[in-house]
Design a protein. Structure first.
Length: 498
């Protein structure tokens, strides 16, 4: 007979046993299922105030999540986490790219003056972090005088001394809309007039207040965005990590809070003073966004972080595929037990738990959510995809691979201070003790397809357990403890797979 989760974990704890994903399977068939997989609700609570349409979060790792990955995961309903191993400016640029990807309305368009030469504009353009060629031309009072587009630049590259006023389309020949025009109306205006750009002005003063670009507006109107993880302004949501250094974390928080929707304190030792001091400093500095803190693997540590003000808790020590913490330090609670115990400890405070590390199969996602996690953070599952940073390497046997390295690897620790802070190691006078490795993982193709497949499997699990949503899934599901023979039977076996 399958045991209720509480009884199962109590029995295991009384024997001093902790378990991980391959030790259990979810019980099905206890009642007639009427839930269709494609009708399940997988929306979830990320932190106290942040939600998402999917429980999937990409890890804050330099070989996993930059803007491209964060955009892809958010489109599929989840969250991408830009790592703290970047400089503040680099990190802000990556976060900003995510927010600008779905921006139907540009509230701060980059403008030029009428006397700007083409040479000056092209030189300035080369320094921007995004490639665009549309520039409203304004006077010193920000009144719209005209507009420059890619066509203007294409035909004047040999005349770099020309000024904006000489080649711009003048305001009287431009289609404009007034302040307050919504993006659906802007779409109609641009379609009717066959315009790729649509300046927004204050009708009384003639001052420029914003800009619509047709490519962005069309994406907002024409695409199915039912799964997109969007903020209240229709922009993709994104998370950003900060190191366990109070002063540095506050600096980054202030630099990122305009664009980042969630801040993650990224530490391998979430139960250390460093993490608590960082969390408290950020809260006292007036944090305007929720803060997820961790990593911990003990329920008392999780509760202390929640009581200190953490809006979400990351659970997991040493379970990642490129993490060497457990063999080198001899610590670490197996992940399923860690998630269950930590989630139970903070449940009364309504602080969600994220299972971070150890996800190697799609079924592991369902198990983590079944024992109390609201989200899962994944690194290995996304490493090696098109959206992960780095080039695809083709080896002599023609197999394709990409680099995947732990933030605690020797290379990462030597390369940047944030990784050393994450593992509480100083570069001066101390032996650097890596808690991760660098290696190659097989090239996997599209991260978007991985998200879609993972979500499809999760929905099927929910159908098998007759659960309409994730809250019901966590509350109702039971677990079988499986033997080694049961694990062997659970996998593809005794067959050569093509």
């Amino acid at each position: 007979m399958a045991l209720e989760k509480e009884q199962l974990f109590e029995n295991l704890a009384s024997q001093g046993i902790a378990i991980t994903f391959d030790d259990v399977r979810i019980v099905t068939g206890e009642e007639r299922s009427h839930v269709k997989a494609n009708e399940t609700d997988i929306s979830t609570q990320i932190t106290k105030n942040e939600t998402a349409n999917s429980p999937i979060i990409s890890a804050a790792m330099s070989t996993v999540t930059m803007a491209e990955m964060a955009i892809t995961v958010a489109i599929e309903g989840g969250y991408g986490t830009i790592p703290a191993s970047l400089s503040v400016d680099q990190q802000r640029k990556e976060v900003r790219k995510v927010k600008k990807f779905m921006t139907a309305y540009i509230d701060e368009p980059i403008t030029v003056g009428p006397d700007y030469t083409i040479e000056r504009i092209l030189k300035d353009k080369a320094g921007y972090d995004q490639d665009f060629s549309t520039f409203p031309v304004v006077d010193t009072e920000n009144r719209l005088l005209g507009i420059l587009t890619s066509n203007d630049f294409a035909f004047t590259r040999t005349e770099l001394t020309n000024t904006a006023s000489q080649i711009m389309t003048p305001v009287e020949d431009i289609v404009v809309v007034n302040r307050g025009t919504k993006y659906k109306k802007a779409y109609e205006v641009m379609k009717d007039n066959k315009k790729k750009t649509l300046p927004v002005i204050n009708s009384k003063t003639g001052k420029l207040v914003g800009l619509y670009l047709f490519s962005d507006v069309a994406r907002m109107v024409e695409e199915d965005k039912s799964m997109y993880n969007l903020d209240e302004r229709g922009r993709l949501k994104v998370a950003a990590a900060v190191p366990t250094d109070p002063e540095e974390a506050v600096i980054r928080m202030k630099a990122l809070e305009k664009y980042a929707d969630l801040i993650v304190i990224d530490s391998s030792q979430g139960d250390h003073d460093y993490t608590f001091e960082t969390l408290i400093a950020m809260k006292e500095a007036g944090a305007t966004k929720d803060i997820m803190a961790g990593n911990v693997d003990n329920p008392k540590a999780a509760l202390l972080l929640a009581e200190a003000g953490a809006d979400g808790i990351k659970v997991g020590k040493g379970g990642g595929s490129i993490c060497s913490t457990r063999p080198n330090l001899g610590i670490g609670t197996p992940q399923v037990t860690a998630v269950y115990e930590c989630a139970k400890a903070v449940d009364r405070l309504d602080v969600p738990v994220c299972s971070d590390g150890g996800i190697t199969n799609n079924g592991d996602i369902a198990i983590a959510l079944a024992v109390g996690a609201k989200t899962v953070m994944m690194g290995n599952m996304f490493a090696g995809t098109d959206e992960a940073p780095g080039e695809v390497r083709t080896l002599s046997d023609q197999t394709k691979w990409k680099v995947y390295r732990g933030e605690g690897s020797l290379e990462a620790l030597q390369e940047n201070a944030s990784s050393r802070q994450r593992y509480n190691q100083s570069a001066k006078g101390e032996v650097i003790a890596p808690q991760g490795v660098s290696g190659l993982v097989p090239y996997k193709g599209s991260a978007s397809e991985i998200c879609k497949l993972s979500i499809a499997y999760l929905r099927q699990t929910m159908s098998h357990t007759n659960c309409q949503n994730l809250e019901e899934f966590n509350r109702k599901t039971k677990l079988w403890r499986v033997t080694n023979a049961g694990l062997h039977e659970s996998r593809v076996h005794d067959v050569a797979v093509n």
